[in-house]
Design a protein around this ligand. Structure first.
Ligand code: IVH
Length: 605
């Protein structure tokens, strides 16, 4: 046997056992589910290729971990199983091939695809239609009794059938499902925790586990969880013989079931194609799913296929790429925006999250950093979800060694050293200096950008050079730049200067809509600018308009109107607008819309 392989297997066993203990026993994981799954997958693959590496203490050989001991124990009516994972279409096809070998040749299969809810697995027992016992999964054989806690879940039927016209409840019915938080409730819960000075939960699943395993069900009741059922674990009488019918049967008894999100297929390739439709769809849900489960529809076949370790062969979980990873927070950086907002970001030890190397991530604001108690040197969870910019979810406080440093909100702008200020209604911290060079850089970058004045050749680096050389103090100074001045700058030769000045010159002819956008007034992007040009024929007209007049325009709220009036009332801005006009930037609206014609008589013409 290869020594390095056996060493790797031992290492994986040790890691997985430790992480499983942290997760199941301490309720305090230090790696993300995705990282655990990846290690597990690696060990399983190793053992499959080299069965001699298999040991009795391998985490692949058992069902879960020992439950925490302060809740009463209950023995499950049947093993509460887990699932193997598939990470690609080929993994799903390989699953089909594996089970195909155990089935009569050419046996056709059909499938049910269900969302894989990311919550806490629960088992509910009904006797003569009455909910008598609820339990967690525990180690799969023995769970923790949480009946009173589950009774507080409003969607859990205390008696079945919930509708007297529904089918008769069998004498005993044991069903399995998942308890979870909606994202909205999860956010609310965390907000409340922060207000009460408690650490927020890092994800809805941990929150669900925390809520259900309370010794005091009163606490569970304050945290409204949802539940969805998907399996009959045991029961008597005439029970459905396919998974598709189970879902409908459970629904007819009054159980919440993910029917509208589940689908039936008699062709595996169609099922596989369907899996991918969920990559976007999942983001429209108000709860988290970490994948989809593909199940063999016929339950007799499902049973016949048997179980490997804790995983039934008849189903597999198609997992979405892990969106969360842990890494070290090396430090924080601060960006200054156009408006002067100081935006903190995390500098991270590079880590790959769903296929992309992440080195920086958003830290929303300093209040958030404080609330989550994120410290420099912490191991943090980083999330990258869809197109969203990666952000720091929170720290793994249990991995601290004491060397971590708290992060203070800056009292001075890191760029111009002026004092910072805080706007009472906002969490943001601002630089108080309107002339802050960093802010000016952002303002100019915005002014020259594509959707605004679109000046080619004025990239971020050159903007910085111009500011540092004292050649521009505001956006209007762009139009007074002289060839002689530019030629003194590093990297500027004749041709480059000529091109830049030509590009600047071209921009003098930009439309009113673009010029309004370029001014970068809070709340005024290109859409609002377009609305404004339908009403106001020039910058001067807009500058003289009252809040009321601006508000009359469809879609413009009082805040935007107020911000426009304030921007034009500002002395410095007035100078800029005047300088722009003097530089020949004085566009007139080209067209008038119907709305403007309607309003024209009563407003400006
Ligand atoms: S089926 C034999 N279906 O995923 C049944 N599990 O990694 C095996 N889960 O512990 C499970 N949604 O807590 C199944 N629609 C679904 C599920 C689901 C979530 C969870 C369940 C299980 C874990 C497996």
């Amino acid at each position: 046997m290869n020594d390095s392989l056996s060493r790797r297997a031992a290492e994986l066993r040790e890691k997985l056992n430790y992480h499983s203990y942290r997760y199941h026993v301490l309720d305090s994981p230090v790696v993300t589910d995705g990282e655990y799954d990846a290690l597990f997958h690696e060990l399983r693959t190793l053992e499959e290729a080299h069965p001699d590496l298999l040991t009795p203490d391998s985490p692949t050989q058992r069902v879960g971990s020992t439950p925490r001991s302060n809740l009463p124990k209950v023995e499950h009516a049947a093993p509460v199983l887990s699932l193997t994972n598939a990470f690609s279409d080929d993994d799903v096809r390989a699953w089909r091939e594996r089970i195909g070998k155990l089935l009569p040749a050419d046996m056709m299969l059909d499938y049910v695809v269900e969302p894989k809810l990311d919550g806490l697995s629960v088992v509910l027992t009904y006797e003569d239609g009455i909910f008598v016992q609820g339990a967690t999964r525990g180690d799969g054989l023995i769970g923790e009794e949480i009946t009173p806690n589950l009774r507080t879940l409003l969607s859990l039927p205390l008696r079945i059938p919930a509708d007297p016209d529904g089918p008769h409840a069998p004498p005993t019915l044991v069903v399995r499902g998942e308890a979870f938080f909606s994202l909205r409730i999860f956010e609310e819960l965390n907000q409340r925790r922060v207000e009460e000075g408690e650490t927020p939960f890092v994800n809805p699943r941990n929150a669900a586990s925390g809520a259900l395993r309370q010794l005091d069900p009163g606490i569970t009741a304050q945290r409204p969880l949802q539940i969805a059922l998907y399996q009959i674990l045991a029961g008597e009488g005439d029970l459905p013989s396919t998974q598709w019918d189970v879902l409908h049967y459970l629904a007819s008894l009054g159980f919440p079931v993910m029917l509208e999100y589940s689908a039936y297929f008699d062709d595996l390739e169609e099922a596989i194609a369907h899996l991918h439709t969920w990559e976007d769809r999942r983001r429209t849900l108000d709860f988290e799913i970490d994948g989809l489960v593909i199940k063999v529809n016929d339950l007799q076949t499902f049973d016949d296929l048997g179980v490997v370790g804790k995983d039934p062969r008849g189903a597999t979980a198609f997992k979405f790429p892990a969106e969360e990873r842990t890494t070290k927070l090396l430090g924080i950086g601060i960006n200054v925006g156009r408006t002067g907002v100081l935006a903190p970001y995390a500098m991270l030890e590079p880590v790959e999250v769903s296929g992309v190397t992440v080195k920086q991530a958003t830290l929303h604001n300093f209040d958030d950093i404080q609330a989550k108690d994120i410290r420099i040197g912490d191991t943090v969870i980083v999330k990258r979800s869809g197109e969203v910019i990666p952000y720091v979810v929170g720290p793994v406080a249990d991995l601290r060694d004491g060397s971590e440093r708290k992060i203070e909100a800056p009292t001075k702008c890191p760029f111009c050293k002026h004092a910072t200020i805080r706007n009472e209604e906002e969490v943001a911290i601002y630089c108080s200096n309107p002339q802050c060079p960093e802010r000016l850089a952002r303002t100019i970058e915005y002014f020259v950008s594509r959707g605004a004045m679109d000046i080619d050749g004025l990239g971020d680096r050159i903007v910085r050079q111009l500011i540092d050389a004292g050649l521009i103090q505001d956006v209007a100074d762009i139009y007074t730049l002289q060839a002689d001045d530019l030629l003194t700058l590093e990297g500027f030769a004749e041709k480059k200067v000529e091109n830049l000045l030509a590009a600047i010159d071209t921009s003098r002819g930009r439309s009113l809509e673009r010029v309004i956008t370029a001014l970068g007034i809070k709340g005024v992007g290109s859409t609002v600018a377009e609305l404004l040009t339908a009403e106001f024929a020039s910058l001067q007209e807009l500058a003289q308009a009252s809040e009321e007049a601006i508000q009359q325009i469809a879609g413009l709220g009082p805040h935007t109107a107020e911000s426009i009036v304030a921007a034009f009332a500002d002395q410095q801005n007035r100078v800029v607008v005047e300088k722009l006009r003097a530089a020949g930037i004085d566009p007139k609206a080209e067209r008038r819309t119907k709305a403007s014609e309607r309003l024209a008589g009563m407003t400006f013409v």
